[in-house]
Design a protein around this ligand. Structure first.
Ligand code: F6R
Length: 588
């Protein structure tokens, strides 16, 4: 969601900036823009649509060594050229990721001061706010310190000031921003993939730190204008470099990486027989799992595992609700936050609230050094490697496995479950390659509506399968507890409906099959993902192995991901960057 790249250095800036901006495409956007300094003037180009559209208007040989750029995911105002970033007011040109919540009040005040706004954005108001303060201070560090007290909401800014066009200023609050340190060149961006072509050394500014970035030096200041030192970190180029490795889409590549992810987690977090000391969750009486989207659905599987083994009561909440609802905090409660990006605004807010209420927090995170990872009391990394496709696959699976490891620690089943987990890499490869997903997907490609049906753990899995299908194929899809269908929603079913049935839980499988007969009788076509091999209850069947009720849910996700991928491919959808979606949801 919104990507920022700013570059200052020895090289021509436009090409350096655009390499970075393209590496942030995965975050999701609907317009892009750039501002650079040439002959002591700022030139700005902004276009709605793809980055390739902006590129048509750029001269890569332009003699400029400094610039800022942005991919915008619209929040305030439509996706139009005029609303795209950068925005310029007075001497200030800036790009922004986040939301300025009090922009309306500020806008009215600034209009009285004579500012005229061209766009509908909150960002242009931020530019004018900083400009208005700078007019008084004539000092950008002081202006930013003061502005950060005025601007409410979340932001990461990269800023040019007409008075010092050899410098990029940066400041963040609750939105991601990193500083990459090169040789006679420095870069500021939303995420590591955007800086790999310049450096592997980076600094993460804290909230409200002020960054002053020049070609040969970077300085950091606190809110009192005192210079501060920051820890320099390094990342491995291999992990952060973005490539499809010959696959048609990142999503397919990432599904194919799932066997490696499982092997990595077993080797990192077990000694082959026992789970290593990760975090002892046994001491808590209650656990709240808080996350968004797929991460929350992974949490549902975690609830099943933790309740089954640890006998601890677990509630799973969407973070956007959790942060505003009544919760029960205290020393006997653990709040587990799950997030691939580690930057999801609602999950980050939920974490802060739990901490403010003196409740222990554990984060299960994929992106190292992300905001949630830094702020939680304890962190377990999912080690799935960088995930580029907007629809999560390998990070979801890794989240489920970590939750299982936490749940089985200290139980008789610990050793046998680890043995079972070791079967997964081969099964994953088998399920990716052994089924004719193109043929099976054809059954659904023209459907407008699909229900995913399951009971118990199969229902929890269905939630994730359904989200995968709807987000990348744009087919309306919902997950239902199979037994609940006839209490209303079955009225929708007719021959235009598709049903994907997940039937792996032996305790309730027979009951789900009865429910499937009911939808078949009303004309719906059924694809079953099941380990019940001797009963015919669907039009197409994807037969998975029957390991046990702990492992079965994990393996079933692979056919669901492959089905969603193949339906979307048959429909010709933009699989890696579905419309309206962002990889990292850094606003509320
Ligand atoms: C769906 C998907 C989203 C994310 C959700 C949370 O495929 O990727 O539903 O799971 O936006 O994101 P993170 O895990 O980054 O907090």
């Amino acid at each position: 969601m919104c990507g920022i790249v700013g570059y200052v250095g020895k090289e021509r800036a436009i090409s350096k900036i655009m390499i970075g901006l393209k590496a942030l495409e995965y975050r999701g956007y609907d317009s892009a823009g750039i501002a650079y300094a040439k002959n002591k003037k700022v030139k700005m180009i902004k276009k709605k649509g793809q980055i390739s559209n902006l590129e048509k208007h750029l001269n890569y040989d332009e003699n400029t060594n400094i610039g800022i750029s942005h991919t915008r995911w619209a929040t305030h105002g439509k996706a139009l050229d005029v609303n795209s970033h950068p925005h310029h007011q007075g001497k200030i040109t800036l790009v922004h990721n986040g939301i300025i919540e009090n922009y309306d009040v500020l806008k009215k005040k600034l209009e009285k001061e004579g500012y005229v706004f061209k766009s509908d954005t909150d960002t242009e108001v931020a530019a004018a706010t900083i400009d208005s303060i700078y007019k008084e201070t004539h000092d950008m560090v002081e202006a930013l310190a003061k502005a950060s007290k005025t601007l409410k909401g979340s932001y990461a800014f990269a800023i040019l000031n007409d008075d010092c066009l050899d410098t990029i200023y940066g400041i963040r609050k609750d939105s991601p921003l990193i500083v990459g340190l090169g040789e006679s060149e420095n870069i500021i961006a939303s995420d590591i993939p955007a800086i790999t072509h310049v450096t592997t050394s980076y600094v993460i500014p804290n909230n409200y730190d002020i960054v002053v970035l020049q070609k040969d030096k970077v300085k950091y200041y606190d809110q009192n204008k005192k210079e501060i030192t920051k820890e320099i970190k390094n990342f491995s180029l291999k992990e952060e470099t973005i490539s499809k490795n010959g696959f048609d889409h990142f999503m397919l590549k990432e599904i194919n990486e799932e066997s490696e992810v499982v092997k990595r987690l077993i080797s990192l977090y077990t000694d082959g027989e026992k789970v290593k000391d990760l975090v002892d969750i046994s001491k808590y009486k209650y656990i709240d799992i808080v996350a968004c989207g797929s991460a929350a659905f992974a949490g549902q599987i975690g609830k099943y595992y933790i309740e089954k083994f640890k006998n601890i009561r677990v509630n799973v909440y969407f973070a956007s609700e959790y942060r505003y609802q009544k919760n029960f905090y205290g020393k006997d409660t653990l709040v587990i936050l799950i997030s691939q990006s580690g930057e999801t605004a609602d999950t980050l807010a939920a974490l802060k609230i739990a901490k403010e209420n003196a409740t222990d927090t554990l984060a299960i995170i994929n992106r190292k050094d992300s905001s949630i990872a830094r702020e939680a009391d304890k962190v377990i990394y999912t080690e799935a490697g960088i995930e580029i496709a907007v629809a999560t696959t390998k990070a979801y699976l890794a989240q489920v496995i970590i939750l299982l490891l936490l749940a089985i620690k200290g139980f008789d089943e610990e050793k046998s479950t680890i043995e079972d987990l070791k079967l997964l890499p081969n099964l994953i490869t088998k399920y990716i390659n052994n089924f004719d997903y193109t043929k099976i997907s054809k059954l659904f490609v023209n459907k407008d509506h699909v229900f995913y049906l399951g009971r118990g753990i199969d229902y929890y899995l269905s939630m994730e399968g359904s989200l995968k299908l709807k987000e990348i194929s744009y087919i309306h899809s919902e997950a239902f507890q199979a037994g609940e269908l006839k209490h209303g929603s079955i009225s929708l079913i007719d021959r235009n409906f598709g049903v994907i049935a997940v039937v792996t839980d032996k305790n309730v499988g027979g009951k789900t099959i009865s429910n499937l007969k009911e939808v078949a009788a009303r004309g719906a076509k059924i694809i079953a993902i099941t380990n019940i091999h001797d009963d015919n209850f669907s039009d197409e069947k994807i037969e998975v192995d029957d390991i046990n009720d702990v492992i079965n849910p994990i393996i079933t996700i692979i056919p669901m991901q492959m089905l969603a991928y193949n339906v979307a491919k048959l429909k010709g959808c933009d699989i890696d960057k579905p419309r309206n979606l962002a990889k990292s949801v850094t606003v509320e």
